[in-house]
Design a binder for this molecule. Sequence first.
Ligand SMILES: Nc1ncnc2c1ncn2[C@@H]1O[C@H](COP(=O)(O)OP(=O)(O)OP(=O)(O)O)[C@@H](O)[C@H]1O
Length: 326
Amino acid sequence: MTNSRPAVELRDLHKTFGAVQAVRGVDLTIQRGEVVALLGPNGAGKTTTVDLMLGLGTPTEGSVEIFGMTPRRAVQHGLVSAVMQTGGLLKDLTVAETVDLTASLFSHSRPTRECLERAGIADLADRRVAKCSGGQQQRVRFAMALVSDPALVLLDEPTSGMDVEGRRSFWEAIHADADRGRTVVFATHYLEEADQFADRVVLMSRGQIVADGTTAHIKSLVSGSLVRASVEGLPEAEVAAQVRALGDRADVSAVERLGDHVVVTTSDSDAVARHLLGTTALHHLEITNRGLEDAFLALTGDTARTGDAAQTGDINETTATEGALR
Ligand SMILES: Nc1ncnc2c1ncn2[C@@H]1O[C@H](COP(=O)(O)OP(=O)(O)OP(=O)(O)O)[C@@H](O)[C@H]1O
């Protein structure tokens, strides 16, 4: 590859399907070597965006450049390849035969053995695809994607349906490979996956980017920390006065009374803690930082979460609500 253009440049990208505005004005630049998660709930526009990067659709408005060229040219030059969720595998072939077959489609390809090693499945070379687990089959797809030694790999929800161990070993293989400088962009609705495996998270909701940065940056966008204090044993009038005083502070964005506790959302937990301990009778303080999940909920306006999803960090089963998101 000769030019030094970014791996991905999306400018004012729009895609509509009839009345549905799947992507609504996305501007995004991804530099070479970045590992980027496109994170968002169902219908956020992640798959549509990935498809446009692969040249599988044409933008309604705006532009897509991959290494400074059209997606189609980038694909033809073997600069970009994809790992999709399903399909593309012939179950009767062995793993090595599958990668050999893919290599036969390219004029220049990496040796099959090397692709299998990079995908972490060299030991499965002679196993029939039908006998591979879901996670192993995804690594077969990854090995196929590596055949052209692409500078950019796009993965659309590659670990959907895998168990925790399958996901972990899949991402280990991707990461070991990305450490050599490959650009990786993956769509996911797993918060944990974005948190653990991406250098940068692009949070999408309703066809738009609502946050973009490291997970630490995204967490910091939702104001600060929670300070929880007990009001047990205090006269009701005093508690009410304290709650009012807390609500008047510039560094406090919310005060909630929950049973015997007051929960304060603040941008300066140290200052609030000092105030509570120094000048009030509130006691048993607990301070917690808000996580990526809180950021996700705040930034996407996503309120209808299932209990399981909340526990596992899987936001697939959620419904994004209407709201101003940026
Ligand atoms: N070919 C199509 N025809 C009509 N509507 C479509 C088409 N493809 C996508 N959409 C709609 O565009 C919106 C964005 O869909 P998209 O698949 O890009 O979202 P996503 O973030 O990938 O969601 P998921 O996590 O469910 O895969 C959705 O409302 C979807 O129903």
